[in-house]
Write a protein that binds this ligand. Structure first.
Ligand code: ZN
Length: 206
């Protein structure tokens, strides 16, 4: 059962969220809910609601894992990544849909780390713990196919560390990296198909 996190008991978590909201001028009130899950994770449910799992809340409130998850979910809200906002994505072919998900996730990681003022050390620490606890694969082909723990197509934690430490926003260079890396590891060879997917992704993100 989802339960709202008490402002007093979880004051440090709300304080961190408020600092981030101030940084990006987001003035809507966001409530944080606790949900049961086998994973250390979170979710952006609406513009005013973020979930954190029981396993995430085992960490101290100011722990990099908690900060990283919160920042990631706030970035999803700011980028209009909520499920109901992206129904149209379902009309694309499977490879475009996977790439959209991979790029949405790397964007939330890159921009979240920036909004959350996470240090390189905190990024490393959070991603290493999440990778181990959630049993995320380090194999690109598996990650891109959606065989990455509980996730759909997703960047690997190694890629998340790399790009989050070097970027503050999603750039065309990052997008191109993932498009080309996806083609290589999923073995998409046909140039007409490649161009169509690439154009879909550019239209979606640029
Ligand atoms: Zn996400």
């Amino acid at each position: 059962m989802a339960r709202r996190l008490d402002n007093k008991q979880y004051s440090q978590i709300y304080q961190y969220l408020n600092q981030m909201k101030k940084r990006v001028n987001y003035d809507r009130d966001i409530k944080i809910y606790y949900v049961e899950s086998d994973y250390v994770g979170g979710g952006a449910i609406t513009k005013t609601r973020i979930n954190l799992t029981n396993r995430a809340l085992l960490y101290p409130q100011t722990h990099p894992v908690v900060k990283s998850l919160l920042a990631h979910e706030l970035a999803h809200i700011l980028n209009n990544d909520l499920v109901w906002q992206n129904i149209k994505d379902l009309l694309y072919d499977r490879h475009t849909r996977r790439l959209i998900n991979i790029i949405k996730e790397i964007r939330a990681e890159i921009e979240g780390s920036s909004i959350g003022n996470l240090t390189k050390h905190e990024i490393n620490q959070a991603q290493t713990i999440l990778m181990i606890k959630n049993k995320n694969t380090t194999n690109f082909q598996e990650a891109y196919s959606g065989l990455n723990g509980r996730y759909k197509a997703y960047p690997t934690r190694i890629q998340i560390k790399y790009f989050s430490k070097r970027h503050t926003t999603l750039t065309q260079k990052v997008i191109d990296y993932f498009i080309n890396s996806y083609f290589k590891h999923i073995k998409i060879l046909d140039s007409v198909q490649k161009n169509r997917i690439k154009q879909n992704i550019y239209n979606r993100f640029l």
